[in-house]
Design a protein around this ligand. Structure first.
Ligand code: GLU
Length: 478
């Protein structure tokens, strides 16, 4: 590593306070945090609310949200707007006196001038080379920079002035940020040098392309992603470990991270990849943690009392047995739970048509009776009992299981019926089966409709009269 960087680094993250924490900004925060932890340095959060004075309560709310999301990701800071520190205050808006003083200095040295009420930096002829630790040397001809604003007519410091002054005053060693700021860098270096400061080192990572442009950390948290998975995905946006691994804790990352492996080309935020990471992170959770996260979400959705009744804890355990390894996010888990709690279920018309036979009708009625007779639905020997009931009505085992699942869930697949029965409970099973039976019965008579759209016959479930199994038609195809 660069000789000057082989020491505890003071780095900063300067989110704007005008919106949520976008994934691109979160990646910048993560890389800075990692550099601070890896080198035993400090991670400073500075709220970059320049321009129009921070006036609105909106700004306060988004600052709180940004800090909350950073903390949720585990990216805690050594100095910041809420914690304070020796280089404070940590909001641009609270540093206006310092910014004003520096503009005055530039005016009196002739490095800046006033025009139309604004203060401008007088860019001298020449070239500034940014020795970027990611991009390499990038030369900027001053002719293309031209004079730029330091202070608006309203008196507010511009982003370039505030950033140059604050990075110097806070003794920031290295500025790591997205490369959308590469063009600002020579301006900030010119201002720093005109003030007699040595600019920090710079590293500009390739920007993050986000197809939906809607991925902010708060939205991911609300959708039920785990911080662990978000960190893993963010870490791999523009960086990769030498061994190609994809799972790591923040602490492990801090050990693995190095600027040398940060890339300058764009990388894509990949929602599908994050979803897969999240599924893996959910499965790796200790069972009690997974349980607690589900319970908390259910409570927030009004689906569970507080304190949690014992029966509900058992229900959640069964839910985890049934769906724990299937869902990708806590949000998906809640969707499944909401579906299980519904009284009724929608069965696709064609599927209903398949069920529309006398045999299925009587069979489902018998299953409903069977459920009604059981004091406890957990751990029923369905593998044995259902085929036995089915036999009475001449249904194959596969058709029997399929019909029950379709009647209860409107779907062909899902968790084992034994778990599903316990999750649905007596009442919902009876109501759902009752609804299907009434459709079958009152729909259009019991003669199955022979032809569907395009003249393709519906394949209703066949029954083989008991005693004729050996010679009856097979069910392999159904
Ligand atoms: N507020 C700026 C941003 O969010 C900070 C840029 C910088 O780090 O200097 O992009």
């Amino acid at each position: 590593m660069d000789r000057h960087l082989d020491r505890p680094l003071r780095v900063r993250f300067a989110p704007s306070s005008t919106g949520p924490l976008h994934v691109g900004a979160a990646r910048t925060a993560l890389f800075n945090w990692l550099l601070a932890r890896k080198t035993g340095g400090s991670f400073v959060v500075r709220i970059g609310d320049t321009g129009a004075a921070r006036a609105s309560e909106n700004d306060d709310a988004s600052e709180r949200a940004v800090l909350h999301d950073l903390r949720w990701l585990g990216l805690t800071w050594d100095e910041g707007p809420d914690t304070g520190g020796p280089a404070g205050p940590y909001r641009h808006a609270e540093r206006t006196a310092l910014h004003r003083e520096h503009v005055e200095r530039l005016l009196s040295s002739g490095a800046a001038y006033e025009r139309d009420g604004a203060m401008w930096f007088r860019t001298p002829p020449g070239t500034t080379v940014v020795h970027d630790l990611v991009k390499g040397d990038v030369a900027f001809d001053h002719a293309s920079i031209a004079d730029f604003a330091l202070r608006t007519p309203a008196g507010g410091a511009t982003y370039n002035l505030a950033t140059a002054v604050d990075d110097a005053a806070m003794r920031i060693d290295l500025v790591l940020r997205g490369d959308e700021h590469l063009d600002d860098t020579p301006r900030q270096m010119l201002v720093a040098r005109a003030l007699g400061y040595e600019p920090p080192r710079y590293a500009h990572a390739g920007m993050i392309v986000d197809k939906d442009d809607a991925n902010d950390v708060g939205a991911l948290r609300r959708a039920g992603y785990l911080p662990q998975a978000v960190i893993e995905h963010l870490a791999l946006l523009g960086w990769s470990p030498a061994d190609g691994r994809e799972t790591f804790t923040l602490e492990e990352l801090a050990g693995l991270f190095s600027l040398e492996r940060v890339g300058g080309s764009p990388s894509r935020f990949d929602a599908a990849r994050l979803r897969a990471f999240n599924a893996r992170a959910l499965r790796a959770l200790p069972r009690e943690t997974y349980h607690a996260l589900i319970a908390e979400r259910m409570q927030r959705a009004g689906l569970l009392e507080d304190p949690i009744p014992q029966a509900a804890d058992r229900w959640i355990e069964t839910f985890l047995d049934a769906f724990g390894a299937e869902v990708h996010t806590l949000g998906e888990a809640l969707e499944e739970i909401a579906k299980l709690r519904e009284e009724s279920v929608t069965i696709p018309a064609l599927e209903l048509e398949r069920l529309r036979t006398r045999h299925v009708l009587f069979f489902l009625d018998a299953v409903s009776q069977y459920v009604d007779d059981q004091p406890e639905l957990r751990g029923l020997p369905l593998a044995n009992d259902l085929p036995e009931i089915a036999r009475e009505f001449g249904l194959s085992k596969e058709d029997a299981f399929g019909a029950v699942r379709m009647a209860l869930t409107g779907s062909h697949d899902g968790p084992p019926l034994a778990l599903l029965f316990a999750l649905l409970g007596h009442d919902r099973i009876m109501i759902r089966i009752g609804a299907v039976s009434s459709h079958i019965l009152h729909g259009r008579g019991l003669e199955p409709i022979k032809y569907g759209p395009g003249g393709v016959p519906f394949e209703t479930i066949h029954a083989t009269p008991p005693g004729a199994q050996a010679t009856g038609p097979g069910h392999e195809g159904s």
